[in-house]
Ligand binder design. Structure first.
Ligand code: TPP
Ligand code: DXP
Ligand code: MG
Length: 589
């Protein structure tokens, strides 16, 4: 079977089990070859080849609706639904999403990226199906990692009680990104099948399994039985993440979960920039350093690898808590520990902190607890696309009483801020840092000490001021230096504290009537620039000239971080153009 000739899953109906097994190995080879060039979520997909083939063999997509949790494991689904030719463009600008994307195919029913939503969505689809008299099966496919998320539990609770005909397929590979954790993992690993069956039957859900997820005939039999069952069904499928490719099978840390381009024979990465130090590693190194003399606990919601905490966990196993995918719990756990007098650092991706927002408001900020947040992947998150960009946290955190918000622009500042956050004892504090590699120190002289709400003038100037923070500061400096050659004197300010603002510095700019350009890789609505505008309006400077550059009121898609920045106008050219306009505006005011 030529993978490139597959247009729809209809052909699977004609194939026998042996042919389906051959297809599974061909798809594996295809994935290993293609992803060696683009990178992507290899391990999860190698593990679901047989499972996805069996699902499409037995169910009739799209009349039967396959609802995938997260969606990072849908590459085989994409192949079977006619998208193999798009693999060279996987996770690229204008290419194919690494997740489910409704615009790509009628077989893509539900978009995610964040975990644990599939059961709620499936039940929602089933309720409308039943209310409208439509036929068709609704099947949610969820991983054992995603099942640790609170939403999945809430939906399971509802599903059992509803009695609706929804099939839940648990793809249990024992792995989240790293080995899965928790009591539920033990429950599913337990061979006491009787106890598990009884548990599900008691909550109104018919349990089938465990099924060998690499045995197509077992899977087929099981799905056929599920189709005939007139109540919610839970199918427990056991698979191996990374199945069929030794480098992934042997990778005990993450089974080839998310890989950069690699040599298909050895698995060795072929890109060089992965050796450069990034912000997450800088924070993790600072934590390792501080831990030598101070006791604190690090909490991670399933992101040990991405937050670069492997070494910390090896060195201080009792000081690292992996909650599994459970951001809400992680935040309130941190609040509980802080309330009990513990010192906690919680690295969490900006996009996943969205899940724990009420907990930040209600548990942490309201009680003014000493939780230090490391908001990772703040800014664009490239190839993961719209579900993962960390561009809302400034808007949703700066409105919270008691919260202090910082962003480093280089390695030195990142290290200092991590220390500062752990030393701070007046309430919640967060440093947000991006996905990229750390930059060199930009400052004129090394900072000795951070002061809450104190900004740094990196370059003096009289014609206009750029106020910004984070790595984009370098673009601001470059632009100011180029404009100096054209005779413009542009001040550059490092607003390392996003909240609180440096009111004294702002006052002096307003009084001197220096026009201001704010720059942020985050949404403009409610962002940093808005806080400067608010300050001006509230303190009698509403006539001041202030412009903002940042992200528009849209969801930005996939691209390299630089491509996305260009789309958002965060380039030196646009910054220069805006500065020039500000100067002209002041001249004509
Ligand atoms: C709310 C949320 N938190 C964290 C993540 C990051 N994340 C993506 S995949 C993954 C592991 C998922 O494990 P599982 O559901 O078992 O799928 P597998 O990769 O094992 O197939 C995690 C933690 C996410 N997507 N959503
Ligand atoms: C699918 C998912 O949500 C994660 O695997 C995510 O892709 C991780 O991103 P990083 O590679 O930036 O850690
Ligand atoms: Mg898993």
């Amino acid at each position: 079977m030529e993978i490139s000739s597959i247009e729809s899953p209809a052909f699977l109906k004609e194939l026998d089990v042996e042919q389906l097994e051959n297809l599974a190995s061909e798809i594996r080879s295809f994935l290993i070859g293609q992803l060696s060039k683009t990178g992507g979520h290899l391990g999860s997909n190698l593990g679901v080849c047989e499972l996805t083939i069996a699902l499409h063999k037995i169910y009739n997509s799209p009349e039967d609706q396959l609802i995938w949790d997260i969606g990072h494991q849908t590459y085989v689904h994409k192949i079977l639904t006619g998208r193999s030719s798009m693999f060279p463009f996987l996770r690229k600008k204008s290419g194919m999403s690494g997740f489910i994307h409704r615009g790509e195919s009628v077989h893509d029913i539900w978009e995610a990226g964040h975990s644990s939503t599939s059961l709620s969505a499936a039940l929602g689809h089933a309720i409308v199906r039943d209310n409208t008299g439509r036929s068709g099966h609704v099947i949610a496919i969820i991983g054992d990692g995603a099942l640790t998320g609170g939403m999945a539990m809430e939906a399971l609770n509802h599903l059992g009680d509803s009695g609706r005909k929804v099939t839940v397929v648990l793809n249990d590979n024992g792995m989240s990104i790293s080995p899965n954790i928790g009591a539920l993992k033990n429950f599913f690993a337990d061979d006491d099948l009787h106890f598990r069956k009884t548990f599900f039957e008691k909550i109104g859900i018919h349990y089938l399994g465990p099924v060998n997820g690499h045995c197509i005939s077992e899977l087929i039999d099981c799905f056929q039985e599920a189709k005939l069952t007139d109540s919610p069904v839970f199918i427990h499928v056991r698979t191996e993440k990374g199945k069929g490719w030794l480098p992934a099978e042997n990778d005990l840390l993450s089974k080839g979960h998310g890989v950069a381009p690699y040599d298909p024979y050895t698995g060795e990465p072929t890109t060089t920039d992965i050796t450069l130090k990034d912000y997450s590693q800088t924070v993790a190194d600072a934590l390792l350093d501080i831990a030598e003399t101070n006791f604190f606990t690090v909490i991670t919601p399933a992101m040990i690898v991405g937050s670069r905490l492997v070494e910390f966990g090896d060195r201080y196993p009792d000081r690292l808590i992996d909650t599994g995918i459970a951001e809400q719990h992680a935040v309130t756990l941190a609040a509980g520990m802080a309330n009990a007098g513990g010192k906690v650092f919680l690295p969490i991706y900006s996009t996943f902190l969205q899940r724990g927002y009420d907990q930040v408001v209600h548990d942490v900020c309201r009680q003014n607890l000493n939780v230090a947040f490391g908001i990772d992947r703040a800014g664009f998150s490239g190839a993961d696309g719209d579900s993962h960009h960390g561009v809302f946290d400034i808007a949703f955190l700066r409105s919270l009483p008691n919260m202090i918000l910082m962003m480093p622009s280089c390695e030195v500042e990142c290290n200092m801020m991590t220390r500062f956050a752990l030393e701070y004892s007046e309430g919640p504090i967060a440093l947000r840092y991006p996905r990229g590699k750390v930059d060199d120190w930009l400052g004129v002289e090394p900072i000795k000490k951070l002061e809450i709400g104190k900004w740094q003038v990196l370059k003096n100037g009289t014609d206009a001021a750029i106020i910004t923070f984070g790595p984009i500061l370098r673009k601001a400096m470059n632009t100011a230096e180029s404009l100096a050659e054209c005779g413009l004197s542009i001040m550059v300010i490092n607003a390392r504290f996003i909240k609180p603002l440096d009111e004294a510095l702002l006052e002096s700019l307003f009084k001197q009537q220096i026009p201001i350009l704010t720059l942020e890789e985050s949404v403009l609505a409610g962002g940093f620039g808005s806080s400067v505008l608010e300050y001006a309006a509230d303190h009698g400077y509403s006539g001041s000239i202030i412009r903002r550059l940042g992200l528009d009121d849209i969801f930005y898609g996939i691209g390299s971080d630089e491509e996305l920045r260009t789309a958002a106008g965060l380039t030196e050219n646009v910054i220069a153009e805006q500065c020039t306009r500000l100067v002209l505006e002041r001249e004509h005011a």
